[in-house]
Design a protein. Sequence first.
Length: 72
Amino acid sequence: MIQQFTAIYQKHGKWFSAWIEEIPGVNTQGRTLKEAKKNLKEALSLVIEVNRAMSRKEISGQIIREPLKLSL
């Protein structure tokens, strides 16, 4: 499944800061814009993976899990 997020990049001296606008806590940096983009994809992937794993571990009993689509 392909999802779209908004990546923000900001240059600070010789480094680029990067974060995902829609998901707090997904942030990173890189010496180049290319490196920052690569690091941001990895950070987003890891945060989503960990959030899903934690959710599945902490939930017990009857649950409903389904995709949610939203048009903005």
